[in-house]
Design a protein around this ligand. Sequence first.
Ligand code: C6P
Length: 413
Amino acid sequence: MLERIRDKKLLMNIDEIRAEYPILTREVAGKPLIYLDNAATSQTPRCVVEAIDQMYYHYKANVHRGVHTLSQEATDHVEATRELVRRFINAGSTDEVIFTRGTTESINLVASSFGEKLYSGDEIILTVMEHHSNIVPWQLIGHRKRIRIRAVPVSDDGQLDLEAYEDMFTDNTRFVALAHVSNVLGTVNPVKQMIAIAHRHGVPVLIDGAQAAPHVPIDVQDLDCDFYALSSHKMYGPAGVGVLYGKRRWLESMEPYQGGGEMIGRVTFERTTFADLPFKFEAGTPDFVGISAFGAAIDYIQRLGLDHIAAHEHALLERATDELLTIDGMRIFGTAPGKSAVISFLVRDISSYDMGLLLDKLGVAVRTGHHCAQPLMDRYGVTGTVRASFALYNTLDEVDRFVAAVRRVASMF
Ligand code: C6P
């Protein structure tokens, strides 16, 4: 299978790809499952599940602690994934790649640790399209330290207002944090340009890459971002694993986020010194099984090729968009050029909840509600939307059946 995936001719042989995902043969409500909630979490191919099995069957031991063979082998697996991540995002060094539990924890780490450098009157710039994971951590530190949070507005079609962004910088601006790709609108933000603007003002930038990493090539050195956060479970990998990339100079200047085993140099009751990067930010036993399997997921994505995956998903997005727009009363949120394969929509005044529930009865899994982006919902004057999000294993046939299901539900109201 792996060899055949590498073969360009069979690159997107969808039947072979789908055969790697037993869950896709499931039925829901007596209908074949059409899984379109990939932005919430993607499904996991056999090679990743097998990597988990292999770790439990043959390599389970705590990492970075033992001189015994098993511990060294488990450590090698974790460190091999760190190198795979480094290459995947083109970080300069594995010292700059920190394992966390996910994007949320990565952002909390920066908000807490970098946040110690912030003072009353300082300002942080976010955007209206941020996920709550990139709002609430800043509010927590912001309230404690009396920091002002400002949010870049979003246009009707789902693009950030770059003029407003540039105007937001003041002498007090200390940090910018924004999504690479919106989980609701699919907008791929011009992060490189926005980072350059922030840097002109001497302000570091964190990019929330949770929705970008499975779809968009990432080069942290080319972007010149100061921090980049992502989650394994949205990238065909296991849940409970994430990454924080940080530029060495920032990471070295920041206090640890959590204390515990393995993040120390020397501990006495008077004073503790900390381990070198990246371990300074990895307190306690990490999810070494998940991290190892995440390596298999990155390998899988790279073998298929992000550009091929993106092209396939784009074809699904185009077809779904064109067909959905033929439904009376269809309103799509987020129509920015080059958007990622996510469609948020409402039909007339049918609530997203009703639509989602009835689609589920037809075997279609979509997400409904505010998508952890309530300020964005407020921006569009809605309480929620229906969101279909595509992955590499979805098919045009599924798109057609999904649209037919939406049409059918719409006709019930
Ligand atoms: N969005 C969605 O359905 P975690 O939960 O830590 O892996 O990722 C949080 C997160 C951060 N930023 C963005 C842009 C995201 O989309 C998410 C997760 C999922 O949209 C679950 S709420």
